[in-house]
Design a protein around this ligand. Structure first.
Ligand code: UD1
Ligand code: MG
Length: 464
């Protein structure tokens, strides 16, 4: 049966007190709306329609970029006259048969299995609602049932509810699945005669009941799936719950997190066995950690692959961006190291404090332990790159490559002016500025000759 998905994302989000549209605020590094669209991708609907309004240009551009090629379309709702009015905007795009699943763009953690169960419960001829019992139902639409408790009669919005109805704990979560043909008919009959003067989507429930259409209710596996975000505090609360869930899943796989409350994953983290992660680490994009990898406290690691037995010491920043970073097996990185896009380190490489590596390949056992820069360089095996040395890779207009052979010793405080090649086994004397190729196996020094002046007198301070 054909499935259409409608995601409402036109609301202003006044309580966020932000210039940005609410649904673009990020949870785990990704816009809330993108979580919903991504999860719903798993349902393989014939079409997904997002209702936009506030900040529509921004919302549509962000989602088009994030989901290029997906069967995603956008319909604008201007002005915003309520949730029923929002879905009315999608009517011209909906077929006459099949099922329509309706969700909120500000409820990011809904799971595919829950949405599937709701669609199954609809079964093409029933109206199915996702509901939950809340200790504090304030603000939500209440589920009103018949005396037996079996039949759902209506949803009554908090502002329209009587005292007795307000005491009901079962609330509507904002997710429903309806037979599309019937839904279109019901939407055409909505009125705005209510406390808020809005067209309520929730009024379709009483219409279904009046027409003898069965209304069923299903519950989510976990409350977190239906928590909506209206304020920065709610966003932060949901973020912590989400992170806790991710931390628990990793720990169940055997990953040792020093403190699951101080762990943030904004993407995908793949771990081998016996991985240790200390406190306050942030992982972004796609990160792979091999067996026995140790990550020290306060590291930020994005789009990178870390080989088995590598140790990343505290305060290291690794950002692979689009090129990626790879760290070879048994390497030692940091503390306070910075690996930038295109850093490709072989096995047993050592990168120490305040060393920056960008778009460079380092062979097995190469070391740069202190205060150095390697940019656009190809570095051989067992190279020792001295403290304070840099590759001058940029001439003010273009970038150039530095090639350093195997077993090269670069002294401290050298400048290697690219393009340049240093041959295998060469030694570069400390303090040299090297502008021409240095031959293999030789000592190359390029600095002023040392002078000592016998009889030289230090000037004396003039007395006035
Ligand atoms: C809605 C439900 C309420 C339910 C609650 C769950 C209605 C009338 N009420 O109330 O029963 O308990 O969600 O969170 O549906 N939106 C638009 N256009 C509009 C208005 C809203 O796109 O004109 C979007 C919002 O961006 C949001 C969603 O619809 O994503 C829900 O809107 P909101 O104003 O938060 O509805 P509630 O009053 O919370
Ligand atoms: Mg709401």
């Amino acid at each position: 049966m054909s499935l259409s998905i409608v995601i409402m994302a036109a609301g202003k989000g006044t309580r966020m007190k932000s210039a940005h549209p609410k649904v673009l605020h990020k949870l785990a590094g990704r816009p809330m709306l993108a979580h919903v669209i991504n999860t719903m991708g798993g349902l393989h609907a014939q079409q997904e329609i997002v209702i936009t309004g506030h900040g529509a240009d921004q919302v549509e551009a962000a989602m088009r970029a994030a989901f290029a090629g997906a069967p995603l379309s956008f319909v604008r709702q201007e002005p915003q006259l309520g949730t029923g009015h929002a879905v009315q905007q999608a009517v011209p795009m909906l077929p006459d048969e099949g099922i329509t699943l309706i969700l909120n763009g500000d409820t990011p953690l809904i799971e595919a299995a829950t949405a599937c169960a709701l669609v199954d419960a609809c079964d093409g001829d029933k109206l199915s609602l996702l509901t939950i019992d809340l200790a504090d139902p304030t603000g939500y639409g209440r589920i009103v049932r018949d005396a037996s408790g079996q039949q759902v009669l209506a949803i009554v919005e908090h502002k329209d509810a009587s005292q007795a109805q307000r005491a009901l704990r079962e609330v509507y979560t904002g997710v429903m699945a309806a037979p599309t043909g019937r839904l279109k008919h019901w939407l055409s009959k909505l009125s705005n005669q209510n406390a808020q003067g809005e067209y309520y989507l929730t009024d379709v429930v009483a219409m279904a009941q009046a027409e003898g259409v069965t209304v069923v209710a299903a519950q989510p596996r976990d409350e977190v799936e239906v928590l909506g975000v209206n304020s920065p505090l709610q966003l932060a609360d949901l973020e912590r719950r989400y992170q806790r869930g991710q931390a628990e899943r990793l720990m169940e796989q055997g990953v040792r997190l020093a403190d699951p409350a101080r762990f943030d994953l904004r993407g995908l983290l793949q771990c081998g066995s016996d991985v240790d992660i200390d406190v306050n680490c942030v992982f972004e994009g796609q990160v792979d950690l091999g067996d026995n990898v140790q990550i020290g406290a306060n590291c930020v690691i994005r789009n990178a692959s870390i080989g088995a037995n590598a140790v990343i010491h505290p305060f290291t920043h690794i950002d692979g961006d689009t090129l990626g970073v790879s760290v070879g097996e048994g390497s030692l990185i940091g503390p306070f190291a910075r690996l930038r896009p295109g850093a490709q380190l072989g096995p047993e490489v050592h990168i120490g404090n305040f060393v920056e590596v960008k778009n460079s390949t380092l062979g097995r056992g190469a070391k740069a332990n202190h205060l150095a820069y390697l940019g656009d360089a190809t570095v051989g095996e067992r190279v020792n790159y001295g403290a304070g040395s840099i590759t001058a890779n940029y001439d003010g207009a273009n970038k150039h490559r530095t090639v350093i052979g195997n077993d090269v010793q670069v002294g401290s405080n050298c400048v290697l002016v690219a393009p340049i090649t240093v041959g295998d086994g060469a030694t570069i004397g400390g303090g040299s500025t090297i502008g021409k190729d240095a031959p293999a196996g030789q000592l190359t020094v390029a600095r002023a000759k040392q002078l000592s002046l016998p009889g030289w007198q230090r000037p004396e301070k003039i007395k006035r």
